[in-house]
Write a protein that binds this ligand. Structure first.
Ligand SMILES: Nc1nc2c(c(=O)[nH]1)N[C@H]1C(S)=C(S)[C@@H](COP(=O)(O)OP(=O)(O)OC[C@H]3O[C@@H](n4cnc5c(=O)[nH]c(N)nc54)[C@H](O)[C@@H]3O)O[C@H]1N2
Ligand SMILES: Nc1nc2c(c(=O)[nH]1)N[C@H]1C(S)=C(S)[C@@H](COP(=O)(O)OP(=O)(O)OC[C@H]3O[C@@H](n4cnc5c(=O)[nH]c(N)nc54)[C@H](O)[C@@H]3O)O[C@H]1N2
Ligand SMILES: [Mo]
Length: 811
């Protein structure tokens, strides 16, 4: 989230699109109700299904799953052609005036730089035109034909209301009504928040869907303002913490990235990361990359990380490709993996194409499961009759099971969607021989280290030199780990402005990332978490909910990264002179000599907005402004474009009917066998989408009798029109088939799923709740991921769970 949960109450318009907060985030949804009740906010929901969120809305519009870029591209076109943009914001705080280089092209659905054989773009031609000093050229009059605003105008002119309706199936009048409601917030004193989750992320172009939403918000001037923002509703209680701490295969902590194999020395590694400013006078977070990186290396390798060995840079692996979950299971199915450690993860249930996942696990020598519960993955080898029909005698994988505690049996912090680190305390002792996750990992590590010390090995250094500063080496405590993430001074830190003063003494916890250095005198396991556990103690455990400004800015409740800032880019909540756009809801403002207000300013506190080359609010970019057009950072194009899901009921992309290459995302990675496992529209004519129910949490609550009673039986949802066409009555057993397998369940026939007119044909949707499987106390059912395709988003590799195709018939 750019903003946070409580802040949603400040919105004038709430757009829930690509999520179903009332169902999947029922506690957080109360802030939408607050906004409606106390702020007269209008709730707009766009979803293929009339959801529980839709039931609370002021306006609902249906949409064909997978077509949100067409919808939002149409909104962009509407805003630009009806002059419903926040002009001053767009001009000063976005790259609207930046000039795109003359080699940039977009033709027939493909951007310049495409290599068809590799399915990859070279983004060189998407860059800005630079001047002699390396700064981007701009045209403040917005007249230049290649300035971003005009490039964008031309790109989205194709997304007319008729075209949008043809692609999305959303009736034109409903689309235009949503545009009108959204456009209301182009005024400086009106804001919209966008709440989204998997309905946007789980597509082969999910990242671009989110970008389209962000572009809409920027044109309206809604980013950085209270009640505004792009708000990703995160899933598991600490999934925000997972990405913050760099658990993805090409990440390091705090959104730093692991080096590629072409970056074998520190200098080459820093070059693209420690970004140079693209505007005169601009400062950017990433200019400090070496300070964050060296401090991480010192936290990990202590004295073994020295200036002479480039801070142990060569201890880190270099990536030839991302080892995301799809890649890993692809390699497993090719027999390239011996073992797999599966900690708090149930891939047989949660990853696509169950047949392929099980085939992969069957080729392992060993599988280690660290989980408080029994799971489908732990029993992948066992025949469970019709729900999981495998030949156990042909599977040789040894499965080890390590019973772990769950979060309620441990102390620690959880980072919520709003980036708040909230400390929690153990609620109960774990049962039986269950051990904490950190203890299990620590046991594994100490034994591995002992083996490396004794036997050597190809490259023992990163293991034997790893710092392991815990009082009990096999029992690292949550407190010790948290202090390590925060970081400390390894030497006295004199104030560079006044060397007689110390900013921190050797050994002290650091108060924030501003103190980090690149000379080895500081350590921090995760720079964005610096400030969470300072000399003053555990900031995450703070529980003062005082809200002096009355807009939900409880700065003494828990601690938010970065620097306890609650709303990112918050200086964009002011006009270019530093005055809040809306005096009623003030985050920060320029007082004449500093920035101050109800939030921690997201800028140098003394950055005078009146200066000729004033620092601009989007300090994560070298431009200092937000990117409507992304010259870098995306693998599949600088502007979002609509493509069809890999399985679609349509024969072509209606925007590019003559170009088969532009039907689906040309830069998405598709493994060979998976291409062949995609189904054709003639055999699988219906759009399928999968989702959650309030009463269950993934596959765990099958182990809870009360949850099993509340939603006792697996079902699939279809609209009345499709039911009639197929002769299916409410309560009938049906069989749903994709090209990868089938499931059987009870049909719920409902008015809540509309059939839509898409590109001249009638398109029906089959809704698939996720939560059943073959382990637990609930009535067994089929895993929905028997049906789903093995392909992911081009940027993140998040699987395309939200739009694929199936057939359905009475069983
Ligand atoms: N009770 C409960 N709560 C949960 C969970 C749970 O299992 N149970 N899981 C948690 C986790 S891990 C996560 S990540 C979050 C997920 O939270 P959400 O993303 O809100 O959950 P989903 O139900 O998967 O999907 C949301 C909606 O997306 C819609 N949708 C599908 N395709 C499209 C599309 O192409 N466009 C649009 N506009 N909408 C589409 C679906 O119809 C559905 O209503 O929930 C968390 N909360
Ligand atoms: N078709 C379809 N598939 C989906 C989705 C979808 O919308 N549609 N959503 C996807 C999403 S968003 C997600 S997040 C994934 C979730 O997929 P998984 O990550 O596989 O999720 P869970 O089943 O929630 O959790 C896995 C295991 O974690 C265990 N666990 C709980 N607490 C602890 C703990 O403290 N320590 C340890 N070691 N284990 C613990 C649980 O018992 C459970 O067995 O599913 C994805 N799969
Ligand atoms: Mo999730």
């Amino acid at each position: 989230m750019t903003n946070h949960w409580v802040d949603i109450k400040n919105a004038d318009v709430v757009l829930i699109m690509g999520g179903n907060a009332a169902e999947a985030h029922p506690c957080g949804f109360k802030w939408v109700i607050e906004a409606k009740q106390h702020n007269k906010a209008k709730l707009v929901v766009v979803d293929p299904r009339f959801t529980r969120s839709a039931a609370m809305s002021d306006y609902y519009a249906p949409i064909r799953a997978g077509s949100d870029i067409a919808f939002l591209g149409g909104v962009i076109n509407y805003l630009l052609s009806h002059d419903k943009i926040q002009h001053e914001y767009v001009k000063t705080y976005t790259n609207a005036s930046f000039i795109v280089g003359e080699d940039y092209r977009f033709e027939d659905g493909i951007f310049s730089g495409y290599d068809e054989a590799k399915r990859r773009y070279d983004p060189k031609s998407w860059g800005y035109e630079l001047d002699e000093k390396g700064f981007a050229k701009v045209d403040p009059t917005l007249q230049h034909p290649r300035c971003v605003l005009n490039v964008m105008k031309a790109h989205y002119a194709r997304y007319t209301p008729e075209q949008v309706s043809r692609i999305t199936g959303t009736p034109k009048d409903k689309f235009l009504k949503v545009c009108e409601m959204i456009a209301e917030t182009a005024r400086p004193d009106r804001v919209m928040t966008i709440m989204y989750a998997l309905g946007w992320t789980q597509h082969s172009y999910g990242s671009q869907m989110i970008r389209t939403g962000a572009i809409v918000q920027l044109l309206l001037g809604n980013i950085g303002l209270p009640g505004g923002g792009m708000n990703a509703l995160r899933g598991h209680s600490n999934i925000q913490g997972l990405t913050d701490l760099g658990l993805l295969s090409t990440s390091l902590t705090g959104y730093m990235s692991l080096a590629r194999d072409s970056e074998q020395d520190l200098e080459t590694y820093y070059k693209p990361r420690a970004t140079k400013p693209l505007r005169p006078g601009q400062t950017s977070f990433w200019q400090n990359y070496p300070k964050f990186f060296v401090s991480q290396q010192k936290a990990w390798w202590g004295k073994a990380a020295t200036a002479e060995n480039d801070w142990a840079f060569h201890y880190l692996p270099k990536w030839d490709k991302a080892y995301d979950v799809l890649q890993t299971f692809e390699m497993m199915s090719q027999g390239k993996l011996n073992g797999y450690i599966c900690q708090g993860f149930n891939p047989v249930g949660s990853f696509p194409n169950k047949k392929k996942i099980v085939a992969g696990l069957s080729r392992l020598k060993f599988l280690a499961i660290i989980d408080p519960l029994n799971t489908e993955t732990a029993e992948f080898w066992k025949n469970h009759g019709e729900h999981h029909d495998v030949k156990s005698e042909e599977i040789q994988t040894t499965v080890f099971r390590f019973p772990s505690t769950c979060f309620a049996e441990e102390d620690g912090s959880l980072t919520n969607s709003g980036r708040w680190l909230q400390w929690h305390w153990k609620g109960a002792e774990p049962p039986g021989e269950a051990m904490g996750d950190a203890e299990i990992v620590a046991e594994l590590f100490t034994r591995m280290k002992a083996a490396y010390v004794k036997e050597g090995g190809a490259f023992p250094d990163p293991i034997v030199n790893l710092t392991w500063p815990y009082l009990q080496p096999t029992r690292p405590s949550a407190e010790e780990l948290a202090k390590e993430y925060n970081g400390k001074a390894l030497a006295d830190l004199p104030d560079p402005k006044d060397p007689t003063k110390l900013l921190a003494k050797a050994g002290e916890q650091l108060s924030g990332f501003g103190l980090l250095r690149d000379d080895g005198s500081t350590s921090s396991g995760c720079w964005i978490y610096a400030g969470a556990w300072t000399q003053a103690g555990n900031q995450m455990a703070r529980r003062d909910n005082a809200d002096p400004w009355g807009i939900g800015q409880t700065l003494n409740w828990a601690w938010a990264w970065p620097a306890n800032r609650r709303v990112l880019y918050n200086t964009a909540s002011c006009d270019p002179s530093g005055r809040p756009w809306n005096a009623r809801r003030k985050l920060v403002g320029w007082t004449g000599d500093k920035w101050a207000g109800s939030d921690v300013p997201d800028i140098r506190p003394d950055a005078n907005p009146g200066d000729a080359d004033a620092v601009r609010p989007f300090i994560m970019t070298g431009e200092g402004v937000a990117r409507l057009f992304a010259p870098s950072g995306m693998v599949d194009g600088p502007l979002p474009e609509h493509y069809e899901p890999f399985e679609s009921p349509l024969a072509a992309n209606p925007l590019h009917p003559g170009n088969a290459r532009a039907k689906s995302n040309p830069a998405a990675r598709v493994f060979k066998g998976d291409q062949e496992a995609f189904g054709a529209a003639k055999d699988f004519p219906y759009v399928a989408t999968s989702y959650r129910l309030t009463e269950h949490f993934h596959y765990w609550t099958k182990n809870v009798r009360t949850s099993a009673v509340l939603q006792p039986q697996q079902f699939v949802e279809i609209g009345e029109e499709l039911a009639k066409e197929k002769g299916i009555a409410n309560g009938d057993w049906v069989k749903v088939t994709s090209n990868r397998g089938f499931i059987k369940a009870v049909a719920v026939v409902t008015k809540r799923i509309a059939s839509l007119d898409v590109d001249g044909r009638r398109v029906h949707t089959v809704g698939l709740p996720n939560h059943w499987g073959f382990v637990g106390v609930a009535k067994p059912g089929y895993l929905v991921n028997t049906l789903t395709p093995f392909v992911g988003d081009a940027n993140t590799q998040t699987p395309e769970f939200k739009s694929f195709t199936v057939n359905i018939e009475r069983a």
